[in-house]
Design a protein around this ligand. Structure first.
Ligand code: AP5
Ligand code: ZN
Length: 210
């Protein structure tokens, strides 16, 4: 099962991807997580990406395409994968089709998580992530339990000003990717507004198993 989890910043891609990893045993490929790991390891790529990410701008297509191409060729992707945060431009989507073609694979379904702008701002400014486990929390909607407060961090791009910029970038550069997949009849939308996280997972599972 080869899936793209699609949606604006804070729509719940990471949260839902982690549930699907547990259920289906296929890996989550988050370009945001890969880039944040490169920043933490102070690699040249990380240093290049950091400034753009902190401003809420996209990293270049060449960089992320290369990261994804390498990751998709790994053995644990053979049974399927969940793309989270990629593709984010139409050029990335076109490149992804070429990469998958070479691997004899294709995207089966694109799940769009729909959430309003106001909800997104609230979600992102309240997000906390565990440094140790990568678990995603929200101070109000999914408060951390059994976590040492020192292990929780707030992403540098999770302030209101940067979120507004990320939303603008999403509307201008990323939303057109949906039309690309609609033309292939692969898009399924799930309302992510004010519903319980488990109910959203259930709705995604129903789509995947249809
Ligand atoms: P990335 O890491 O992909 O960030 P994003 O797309 O902005 O998405 P987020 O991770 O902020 O949100 P999410 O949808 O995963 O939501 P989450 O589950 O955490 O990218 C970061 C940056 O990297 C980009 O800006 C860009 O610079 C660069 N980049 C990455 N990929 C790239 C690419 N392909 N090309 C170019 N550049 C790229 O949930 C958010 C919060 O909401 C959490 O607190 C969670 O607990 C809460 N929540 C989740 N679901 C619910 C619910 N149902 N109800 C209430 N609260 C909820
Ligand atoms: Zn995420």
């Amino acid at each position: 099962m080869n899936i793209v989890l699609f949606g604006a910043p804070g729509a719940g891609k990471g949260t839902q991807a982690k549930q699907l990893v547990k259920k289906y045993g296929i890996p989550q490929i988050s370009t945001g997580d890969i880039l944040r790991a490169a920043i933490a390891n102070k690699t040249p790529l990380g240093l290049q990406a950091k400034e753009l990410m902190d401003q809420g701008k996209l990293v270049s297509d060449e960089i992320v395409d290369g990261l994804v191409e390498k990751r998709l060729a790994e053995k644990d992707c053979e049974e399927g994968f969940i793309l989270d945060g990629f593709p984010r431009t139409v050029a990335q989507a076109q490149k992804l089709d070429k990469i998958l073609d070479r691997l004899g694979k294709k995207i089966d379904k694109v799940i769009e998580l729909r959430v309003s702008d106001e909800e997104i701002i609230e979600r992102i400014t309240g997000r906390r992530v565990s440094k140790k486990t990568g678990k995603i929390y929200h101070i109000k909607y999914n408060p951390p339990v059994d976590e040492n407060p020192e292990d929780l961090y707030q992403r540098p791009d999770d302030n209101e000003e940067t979120v507004r910029n990320r939303l603008k970038v999403y509307k201008e550069q990323t939303a057109p990717v949906l039309d690309f997949y609609k033309a292939q009849n692969k898009v399924y939308s799930v309302g992510g507004h004010k519903e319980k996280m488990e109910e959203i997972t259930q709705a995604i599972v129903e789509i995947l198993e249809k």
